[in-house]
Design a protein around this ligand. Structure first.
Ligand code: F6R
Length: 669
């Protein structure tokens, strides 16, 4: 880890690591070193611990260090940052329970050494308990290493905007953004407690070392404020600037708004790789609001790009090169042109046929008479139809994120399969489950089906009885989950059909990692990977489309993407080697300089895509898990993003399209 360097231009020491896993391993190794040194000296180690999605990887690594490398926690004393109030310990939402399930039950920490603010106190006991919590930290010798996450309000622990720098452990009211962010876990904002007991800013700042971790695009904006803007009560994490020993540990996505990453040419000399040139020149063009081919030397000089101008200039030459590079991304024929649609070729037995398919697939995708043929885009017309496999983590990601491209691929004569990776049942409202079993009941009464009757009543009676007694956040029974899965599967088939895909080309994988009935997912299962491998071998697609969106609120997209990558690596040696394209759209969109394939959508195609999204009725009007604070429906987000990408291309001086769907090619490693 000695090679790690802090990013320049930050007010807190900041590390950017390749992934959240690498970041967790880094912090875990620092904790490991300290605990081992203290144990050897016969002394205690005092850790300040956080909950939430951020530290999960860190806790997994600490458990691994304990189990596989003998890290001994018997002399570790822990203090947690916070707890909801009021909150029974046994509740599935208590931080008490979460900490035990996520960490404490798997290591040899002594129960007496664990301290967590008490959510079960009576109101008149809270103040004294908070003062006692501070005293216990002092009595333990103070916190050696404090772990923090950052909320989108900029909070550390639950020190919401307005928390003074000298605040101590106390009862606080949660910000509406924080409650909205927590809503998914509580199955609705109305179930999220309004209050919490939290350590104060001053309590946290007294720790001898502090690691604040943040992962994902959704944290990038607030990380920028905390790390690069002056300290303010409006962002309590910014007070970490007061502590030399504080280190912010980020993955690439969470670091993306920092100046050193976003505008590296503003903070020092750069190695002008083609990617960086593209990023800088696209940003310049959008900032000065001039097309790429209208940029002049002064535009470069006025925006910290003299070095680039000297190395690669003049401006005209740089602008033209980036223009051609961006032009080559426009692919009205994403899998190549098929002049006379014919039935797709039979599945290949050996490698020979596959290679022919590959050569055809990677050619002929560009504009019909592109003056800028790229290496893969300059083929003749008339290639064979391809088999295309679109992986959809949830049952509606396919149409939300790339419905237009699917419609185009089908219209262009390719055979498109959709693999729905999970059932998505956790996102179906109870009222829909009721409506559908009601429908089944009516149906059965009208048409009769004695097999449906059982001693426990009809399906409708059983489902209604469970839902009548269901507590707000209780997971569903397997039977109710099944009903909800069926609802989503029928919607997915209806949505696919709008795009021209028949039911027999819809694969319902129902991967095991999703079988929890709650927001928290299990790690990927070996058999899940096997299922993906089998599918890849059975269909032998020329192109595979994968959700590359890493800010999915529940991690399902990330797990699905990693599983597909693992499977692709496994099938490659056997000659199966699809081109893998990454799409986004439900929560984020690719940046204009990142895009490697932009598929134009006409108004008619976009309209059809919206119709396909509307078929996901259970997610319409108000989705159970909209993710973050975006109140728009998914079709509105998709439409806005596709229109915005077209506007950006237009602003860069590229052809003006109505809408564009954007993709990036997966590069292994
Ligand atoms: C949790 C805590 C909070 C979280 C923050 C980020 O104990 O005190 O400050 O660290 O809300 O939450 P996640 O990690 O879920 O994004």
């Amino acid at each position: 880890m000695s090679a790690l360097q802090y990013l320049p231009h930050t007010r807190i020491k900041t590390l950017k690591l390749a992934s959240a896993v690498a970041a967790a391993k880094h912090v875990a190794s620092e904790i490991d070193k300290l605990i081992r040194a203290r144990n050897a000296a016969g002394k205690n180690t005092v850790l300040g611990l956080a909950t939430g999605s951020t530290p999960v990887g860190l806790y997994r690594e600490l458990i691994r260090l304990h189990k596989e490398e003998g890290l001994d926690f018997s002399r570790v004393v822990t203090f947690n940052l916070d707890e909801y109030y009021p909150m029974p310990r046994e509740s599935q939402h208590s931080y008490f329970r979460w900490m035990h399930e996520t960490l404490f039950n798997h290591i040899n920490v002594k129960w007496d050494n664990i301290h967590i603010p008490d959510g079960t106190l009576k109101p008149n006991e809270v103040d004294a308990a908070c003062a006692a919590y501070e005293e216990k930290i002092q009595a333990a010798g103070g916190i050696d290493i404090q772990i923090l996450g950052i909320g989108r309000t900029g909070h550390i622990a639950f020190n919401e905007p307005g928390s003074p720098q000298n605040s101590r452990t106390r009862l606080v009211t949660l910000d509406s953004i924080t409650r909205r962010d927590a809503a998914d876990g509580f199955f609705g904002e109305k179930n999220v407690p309004h209050h919490a007991i939290t350590m104060g800013v001053a309590t946290i700042l007294e720790a001898r070392r502090i690691y604040m971790m943040a992962f994902g695009e959704h944290k990038a904006g607030i990380v920028y404020k905390a790390v690069e803007q002056p300290p303010t009560e409006a962002v309590s994490a910014s007070f970490l600037q007061e502590r030399k020993e504080a280190v912010v540990v980020l993955d690439e996505a969470a670091a993306s708004e920092l100046t050193a990453i976003k505008l590296p040419w503003e903070v020092g000399p750069c190695a002008w790789t083609p990617e960086l040139v593209r990023k800088a020149v696209v940003a310049l063009s959008l900032t000065v609001k001039k097309g790429l081919q209208k940029l002049n030397d002064d535009d470069f000089r006025d925006h910290h790009l003299y070095e680039l101008l000297r190395e690669k200039g003049p401006a005209e030459q740089i602008g033209e090169a980036v223009f051609h590079d961006r032009m080559a991304t426009i692919k009205p024929y994403p899998a190549g042109r098929v002049d006379q649609p014919t039935p797709p070729a039979p599945l290949p037995e050996g490698r020979g046929e596959k290679e022919t398919a590959r050569a055809e697939n990677t050619s002929n995708t560009s504009l019909p008479s592109s003056p800028f043929p790229s290496g893969r885009g300059a083929g003749g017309v008339g290639s064979a139809p391809k088999t295309i496999l679109v992986f959809s983590p949830h049952p509606d990601d396919d149409v939300i994120s790339m419905g237009g491209t699917i419609i185009r691929l089908v219209e262009q004569g390719h055979k498109v399969y959709i693999a729905y990776m999970t059932s998505g049942n956790v996102a179906v409202f109870d009222h829909d489950a009721r409506r559908f079993v009601d429908f089944i009941d009516e149906f059965l009464q009208a048409f009769g089906n004695p097999a449906e009757q059982s001693s426990a009543g009809t399906i409708k009676e059983r489902v209604y009885a469970f839902l009548d007694a269901k507590k707000p956040t209780e997971p569903d029974t397997p039977e109710v989950r099944k009903v909800k899965s069926v609802i989503r599967a029928t919607e997915a088939r209806a949505g696919a059909l709008v795009c021209g895909i028949p039911p027999e080309q819809c694969e319902f994988m129902d991967l095991r990692f999703y079988h929890t009935g709650t927001k928290t997912k299990k790690p990927i299962h070996e058999k899940d990977i096997e299922d993906i491998v089998d599918l890849l071998k059975r269909l032998n697609p020329a192109q595979v489309y994968v959700a590359g969106e890493l800010s999915d609120p529940h991690g399902t997209h990330r797990i699905c993407a990693e599983a597909i990558f693992t499977a692709v690596r496994q099938v490659r040696p056997a000659g199966f080697d699809p081109d893998v394209w990454l799409y986004k759209g439900a929560w984020e969109e690719w940046e204009p300089h990142e895009i490697e394939m932009a598929v134009p959508l006409s108004p008619e195609v976009l309209e059809k895509k919206k119709q396909a999204i509307f078929r996901h009725q259970s997610q319409k009007d108000r989705a159970m898990f909209p993710g973050g604070t975006d109140r728009r429906e998914f079709w509105q987000r998709a439409e806005a993003r596709n229109l915005a990408t077209a506007r950006t291309y237009d602003a860069l001086g590229l052809p003006e399209y109505f809408a564009l769907e954007a993709f990036v090619k997966w590069k292994d490693g």
